[in-house]
Design a protein around this ligand. Sequence first.
Ligand code: NI
Length: 214
Amino acid sequence: MPMNRLPESIYVHAEQYFNTKEKCHDWSHVLRVTKLAKYISEREAADNFLVEICALLHDVGDWKFQEELSTKEIVYPWLREIGLNDDEVEEVISIIIDISFKGAQTETKALPIEGKIVQDADRLDAIGAIGIARAFTYGGHVQRPLYNPSESPKTHKTFEEYKKYQSTTINHFYEKLLLLKDRLHTDTAREIAQERHEYMEAFLKQFYKEWEVV
Ligand code: NI
């Protein structure tokens, strides 16, 4: 990317867009992911500006938002406004479209290092204490029960199955959150993930213990 500092206008557009989204994919999520992605990028050989742009826009047009416009239709004017040419715009759009998680057993597409870094940052924000908080926030948003002791943990073979299946928030740890630490691309992200993963395991242990008491 031919620039030294990302123009403010892309932050303004992204903030306006994400401020209207549900609270686990809102502007604060985007800012945490962007901060993490920049931290990882500085420790890996990557284009820091491409990483920052892709992090800011990684959730635009996500299937969960059910937008009328496509990702490209939304971000194209923002990217042209900061001076990117058509090839650079295409590069950003193809990365952000390929980043999002598509179910436990589905293939992860080959991403350039910048996309891998943003995907790592996004996955780190889905685990640990923040990950737990976000999981229950999202569970409340789609009216998932906390837990159902008669249901055994499930994972999904296809993205369609993952989207359709309505389970509990505790099951979401098994279908997604506990799998993420082994799906990271960079050593920097793996280091950060270790503590967050252990924290979730401790949380689940305590959760089951308390559930059995009542
Ligand atoms: Ni995200």
